[in-house]
Design a protein around this ligand. Structure first.
Ligand code: GLC
Ligand code: CA
Length: 672
């Protein structure tokens, strides 16, 4: 029987390859089964027909049913099914195992432009949007892709653009809407992302809403926070003791409405009433307006002041024995009823949802960063990160490093970095700000000797750093004492120093809105471009390093050492034997023995970058790493002993999202 089957199959196979299939001779050689099969075909009347193009179904079937055709066909069929299943499974596995790509707001540092001071294109002494467009190449040079332009909305400029008269218009100082549209198109063409200000807490008193609110026009009546107050002989008795951020009562009497309105900032910046749903809708409409224009992100201004307690109770005094009459400074009260009120985060989350409507297109994620100084109350700042289930800001600005000068030391730097890291919700993305338009320039705050090491810190920590324009070249506060400028925040807002021409290449006007710093002959972009050991070139190298080296881009950070002089941390990635050790000196000349902390370190490490360019190559001995005051080193080394895997470092290491590297495939994956 078995022989018969073998015989039959071999016969049929011969038939498959025989051009003269179904000759009488072949038929005779066939086994009983084969004969029966052939008889069936005979009964169909197609017995002696050979296959030909366009053959009818019956002929086709006569051949295709033969085992010699059927078996390979079935094998092929199942192979294809299996291959497809394997392909789908592999694709799912790769997707599941790949770490998320970093989004644009994580991948690049943010560069903050104060538009009035960046570049003047029309010789009026004020920077403008067209000026920014002229300078777009500069961001390529800096390896920066995310640009935040501070307020450029129509404004009477009482608070330099943060008193907005029309949220949907550009102030003529800065240009026109058409110029804005040109600018954003040009930026997108260059792969740059644009973050703009969203200033929701208040408007200018010139805003049409306020004008209509003053005379109680329809729904605008309750757009602001109005209260009855006594006003006799030009003197107002405010409804309570609340003080404005800029000092004195937060209430101002309005002659037209015969009531007081609340202003947490200047009296020309009345606070909007967020208990009014119409106001909330109005602000969402403004968000949509700018997102439709194509902006990629919003920096949400002064968020903690959005809501005030409706009961209007007095805020507690810091010094309860102080005469309430003498309370005029913001710092003299605890702001229990005017900041961080219940409902605040719901409002910000609703804005995030509005932004999400515009984030669905691939690659068009709209980013949100909130501005809130919460000082010692870091947990309040962390609330803006949202919860695992409800998204809020992508990150709240981290202003804590602005205070580094108060304890300028390795320990000081460590404490500020660690306080953010340990307070930040798990899996969130850190960020670092060391200067902005509201704070003294870094050079003026900490001294020139530390500016480079601070840039090194910002760009080698995990997360996104923000650079205020000019900090990359080490600009300094201007001296405003001799002219009629405000000593308050003007000094750090002086024109960008581009080159050594008149007005530092910022403007061809006779007079610029703020004076240019007199050091512009040496502290300027052009001079520093050609000086290989400049602050600018170090910034550039650092941003390049951050962009190109995976461990610095998205690896672990572990604290290795800190003392009064140095702060030392490592950046490493699972699967990659290349690691980077940062030795940053915020104190005095010091020698650090890294081998005593990590004996398995190689004897020598390569200097990848140094703030002192004469040292920018060669090696250091791990047992004695020497650093001068304000010196920073990025050391590179090879290792198979990663620090974050060591038990004693478990609480000293941090990563936002785990990623590991397979060197053979040159890819990242997670689940390490
Ligand atoms: C933010 C801005 C600041 C402005 C204030 C009021 O803090 O950064 O410049 O004065 O909000 O709008
Ligand atoms: Ca408010």
């Amino acid at each position: 029987m078995a022989n018969e089957i073998v015989h039959k199959n071999s016969l049929e196979l011969t038939q498959c390859y025989d051009n003269s299939t179904f000759s009488e001779e072949t038929e005779q050689k066939a086994s009983d089964g084969a004969k029966q099969e052939q008889q069936e075909t005979t009964s169909n009347g197609w017995k002696n027909i050979k296959p030909y193009a366009g053959m009818p179904k019956e002929v086709l079937l006569q051949y295709s049913r033969k085992t010699c055709y059927r078996v390979p066909r079935e094998i092929l069929f199942w192979l294809i099914i299996a291959a497809t299943a394997v392909l789908i499974a592999t694709t799912i596995a790769i997707i599941a195992l790949s770490p998320r790509c970093l989004d644009w707001w994580q991948a690049s540092p943010i560069y903050q432009i104060y538009p009035r001071s960046f570049k003047d294109s029309n010789k009026d002494g004020n920077g403008d949007l067209k000026g920014i467009q002229e300078k777009l190449e500069y961001f390529g040079y800096l390896n920066v892709k995310a640009i935040w332009i501070s307020s450029f909305y129509k404004s009477p400029m009482k608070d330099f653009g943060y008193d907005v008269e029309d949220f949907k218009d550009i102030d003529p100082i800065f240009g026109t809407m058409a110029e804005f549209e040109d600018l954003i198109a040009a930026m997108h063409e260059k792969g740059l992302k644009l973050i703009v200000d969203f200033i929701p807490n208040h408007t200018s008193d010139k805003h049409k809403w306020f004008q209509m609110s003053r005379n109680r026009t329809g729904k605008y009546t309750d757009y602001y926070i109005w209260q009855n107050c006594e006003h006799v002989n030009g003197t107002t008795k405010p409804p309570n003791n609340w003080i404005s951020v800029f000092g004195n009562s937060a209430w101002e009497y309005d002659e037209m409405r015969k009531q007081c309105f609340l202003h947490q900032f200047l009296k020309e910046q009345p606070d909007l009433n967020y208990h009014n749903p119409d106001v909330q809708e109005e602000m969402k409409d403004i968000i949509r307006f700018w997102l439709e224009k194509g902006v990629d992100g919003l920096r949400v201004d002064a968020v903690k002041y959005l809501l005030e307690a409706e009961h209007l109770r007095n805020e507690p005094q810091v010094d309860s024995s102080q005469n309430p009459e003498n309370i005029t400074a913001y710092s003299q009260l605890y702001h229990d009823y005017t900041t961080t009120q219940v409902g605040l985060h719901d409002i910000i989350r609703s804005w995030h949802q509005t932004m999400d409507e515009y984030s669905r297109e691939p690659g068009r994620y709209r980013f949100m960063v909130t501005e809130s100084y919460d000082n010692e109350e870091i947990h309040k700042t962390m609330m803006y990160y949202g919860t695992p289930f409800i998204a809020e800001a992508d990150f709240p600005f981290n202003f804590y490093l602005i205070d580094l000068h108060k304890n300028m030391s390795g320990d000081g730097a460590f404490t500020l970095v660690d306080s953010w890291m340990k307070s930040m919700p798990k899996g969130k993305w850190p960020n670092w700000v060391v200067g902005n338009h509201d704070n003294s320039r870094v050079v003026s705050r900490v001294g020139r000797k530390y500016t480079r090491v601070i840039n090194m810190l910002l760009l080698t920590l995990p997360g996104t750093s923000t650079t205020y324009y000019g900090e990359e070249i080490g600009m300094e506060n201007i001296d405003v004492s001799e002219e009629n400028y405000s000593a308050n925040r003007d000094p750090e807002r002086s024109p960008m120093q581009w080159d050594n021409r008149t007005n530092a290449g910022f403007s061809d006007a006779n007079k610029t809105w703020l004076p240019v710093h007199q050091d512009y002959q040496t502290i300027n972009v052009e001079a520093q471009k050609i000086q290989h050991n400049s602050t600018l070139n170090l910034y550039r190298e650092l941003s390049l390093l951050r962009m190109n080296e995976l461990p610095i881009h998205r690896g672990w950070m572990c604290y290795i050492w800190h003392d009064t002089n140095v702060f030392v941390y490592v950046r490493e990635l699972d699967g990659l034997n290349k690691a980077f050790m940062m030795v940053l000196n915020f104190g005095n000349t010091s020698t650090t023995n890294l081998a005593s902390v990590l004996p398995e370190l190689p004897k020598e490490m390569t200097i990848r970058l140094s703030t002192m360019y004469n040292k920018n190559s060669g090696t250091v001995s791990t047992e004695a790493v020497q650093t001068e005051q304000g010196e920073g080193l990025v050391l590179e080394y090879k290792t198979n002993h990663q620090v974050h895997k060591k038990k004693e470092f478990h609480d000293k290491c941090f990563i936002s999202e785990k990623a590991c590297f397979i060197s053979s495939l040159n890819i990242l994956y997670k689940n390490c």
